[in-house]
Design a protein around this ligand. Structure first.
Ligand SMILES: Cc1cc2nc3c(=O)[nH]c(=O)nc-3n(C[C@H](O)[C@H](O)[C@H](O)COP(=O)(O)OP(=O)(O)OC[C@H]3O[C@@H](n4cnc5c(N)ncnc54)[C@H](O)[C@@H]3O)c2cc1C
Ligand SMILES: *[C@@H]1O[C@H](CO)[C@@H](O)[C@H](O)[C@H]1NC(C)=O
Ligand SMILES: *[C@@H]1O[C@H](CO)[C@@H](O)[C@H](O)[C@H]1NC(C)=O
Ligand SMILES: *[C@@H]1O[C@H](CO)[C@@H](O)[C@H](O)[C@H]1NC(C)=O
Length: 508
């Protein structure tokens, strides 16, 4: 290894939260030849803030989930950028398909039943060998059979639970809770503190400004310290990782080639699932392929509707849609069947005239293929069918489409029954591809050992590394998980070249 670590060419694939965090950390460590290759024309990936209504909306990540041990919270809270969203997702109204609003006392008891099971979940799932779905179903109906709940109307309870399962699917990005591993659910660690912190009038894009420091720079360019270091609109098509010079060759969508000493892959698990067989040459090791296959990746989409004025009372935070069995015939087996999987519409912070809906399951993917006017007409049908107010025509409308986009192929990862069956996990996804090499000489080492040179020994040199949300063992499906994974891989390289934080600071 004759090169200084400063000259090593490091290519990060993907400019989402993980790639941006990784690249900026590498620069802090003093690596200077760092390049990000990004298929889209923008920074952020599944962070995508766009202007809408009176302000901005987030088509992807929207909230910082928790405070304790949350890297995003740590970055943002020093600057007072986050704010509690309040009980929007607790105080919603439950409305039936005949416009009947569940009385507060009934709704609150049903909410309490699913809320209670949330607490006991952590304990009980440890001993669960089945799916999250079977666990939650048993739990719900067991609670309902208790004498104190004997007066709750069973039909209402069923409608409520059908809706609740859709909500829970949106948390997991699963199509059905039967797919979700009960025990795997516990892999996810919820950070203590407020789990619904919003970015005020800025949107989640503000995090990218923090990471790239474009927020602090006088001549504030959007890319900050990444200026001139991102190649946009270039997809990596092939990663050739067994060249005999132990460099990695990347073939890009525009026909260009690029050689790197180290490559860090941050593309979504959805992209890996679809492309890894064509992308990696040679094929990935078996354990890695098993992780890509076994970890699950699903789709959740959002629907934003802007109205000319708020038609709801000030203290109203939104509603969930409870379909009566006899009303479902009105949409099932029609072109509007997909509307069954829109489970609720909620208020949005800093957007007084906007409601945000959520859609899951195959219907959520189907919606992406529909004509925009058809989607809007479907949503207006829901508003007018469920709510008893006069609903004005909307002034604008926007939906996300995470599945159709080949650069994402879905929303986020979860632990499925397959994950458990294959005995795989985030660690297998995070494991780098290595070549046998001699230990590198760090600046510090070569100085202190200059007299007794050949002190090198054989070691595994990481040449292709993996970051991204899905590679986080406990914070997958979040931005803080993605950022932490990006830093983890930057640290791995710094460790390999024996750079420490002091080196990083002195080279800032
Ligand atoms: C609807 C939705 C809501 C969410 N809500 C929240 C939330 O409230 N809070 C939260 O913490 N998290 C939330 N998340 C999850 C969060 O957005 C992700 O976990 C995180 O942003 C993932 O970052 P990443 O860098 O791992 O991946 P990505 O953001 O997917 O970055 C990967 C990048 O790689 C690029 N790419 C793909 N293929 C190639 C290729 N071949 N060559 C070059 N580049 C390529 C992509 O364009 C992308 O920019 C949400 C996600 C979605 C979709
Ligand atoms: C998802 O869709 C499938 C097929 O349409 C359906 O059987 C299933 O009940 C749906 N799941 C949920 C949670 O709605
Ligand atoms: C690998 O080594 C052979 C023989 O030394 C050489 O001809 C070839 O060009 C090398 N290939 C690469 C990709 O470096
Ligand atoms: C409705 O059901 C019939 C028969 O069951 C089927 O042929 C038809 O395609 C369905 N239509 C829609 C819109 O799903």
């Amino acid at each position: 290894m004759s090169k200084s670590h400063r000259d090593l060419k490091i290519v990060v694939i993907g400019a989402g939260a993980s790639g941006v965090a990784c690249a900026t950390k590498l620069l802090e460590y003093g690596f200077q030849n760092v390049l990000i290759v990004e298929a889209e024309s923008r920074l952020g990936g599944r962070i995508h803030t766009i202007p809408f209504g009176e302000n901005v909306i987030d088509l992807g990540a929207q909230w910082c989930h928790g405070e304790q041990d949350n890297i995003v919270y740590q970055l943002a809270s020093q600057k007072d950028l986050l704010e509690s969203t309040g009980p929007v997702y607790e105080n919603y109204q439950c409305v039936r398909s005949n416009r009947e609003v569940l009385p507060d006392n009934v709704a609150n008891r049903l909410k309490a039943i699913v809320g209670d099971s949330l607490v006991s979940r952590q304990m009980e799932l440890q001993h669960c060998s089945g799916s999250l779905g079977s666990y939650l179903t048993n739990k719900f109906y067991e609670m309902l059979r208790r004498p104190e709940n004997a007066d709750i109307d069973k039909v209402l309870a069923n409608e409520f639970f059908d809706n609740y399962q859709k909500f829970e699917n949106s948390v997991e990005a699963s199509d059905s809770l039967e797919e979700v591993s009960g025990r795997g659910y516990l892999d996810y660690w919820e950070c203590e503190g407020d789990i619904l912190l919003n970015w005020k009038d800025k949107g989640f894009v503000e995090l990218l400004r923090l990471l790239t420091r474009s927020r602090e720079l006088e001549t504030s360019s959007d890319l900050g310290v990444l200026e001139q270091r991102v190649l946009f609109n270039r997809a990596v098509k092939k990663i050739l990782w067994n060249r005999n010079d132990s460099r990695v060759e990347l073939q890009l969508s525009n026909g260009e080639c690029c050689l790197a000493d180290h490559v860090i892959v941050t593309v979504s698990l959805g992209v890996l699932k679809e492309q890894h067989l064509q992308m990696f040459d040679p094929q990935l090791p078996v354990a890695k392929q098993r992780a890509i296959q076994g970890l699950a990746f699903g789709t959740v989409n959002k629907i934003f509707v802007e109205f000319p004025e708020a038609f709801w009372p000030e203290d109203w935070t939104g509603f969930t849609l409870l379909w009566r069995e006899e009303d479902l015939g009105d949409i099932r087996n029609t072109s509007r069947a997909w509307l069954e999987d829109v489970f609720g519409f909620y208020r949005v912070s800093y957007q007084p005239r906007v409601l945000a809906g959520w859609i899951i399951n195959a219907s959520g993917r189907h919606m992406e293929s529909l004509d925009r006017n058809e989607v809007l007409a479907g949503c207006m049908y829901l508003f007018r069918r469920f709510l008893h107010w006069h609903i004005p025509d909307p002034v604008s409308f926007c939906t996300s489409a995470w599945y159709t986009n080949p650069n994402f192929r879905g929303s986020y990862s979860f632990r499925s029954m397959d994950t458990e069956r294959l005995g795989t996990g985030a660690q297998d996804l995070a494991q780098p591809l290595t070549v046998v090499a001699m230990t590198p000489q760090s600046p510090a080492r070569s100085r202190s050992r200059s007299r007794s040179l050949p002190q090198q020994s054989r070691c595994d040199r990481p040449i292709v590394q993996f970051a991204g949300e899905a590679s986080s063992p406990h914070y997958y499906s979040t931005v803080h998980g993605a950022v932490e994974a990006g830093w983890r891989e930057a640290d791995r390289l710094a460790d390999f070249y024996s750079l420490n934080d002091a080196t990083a600071k002195s080279q800032l």
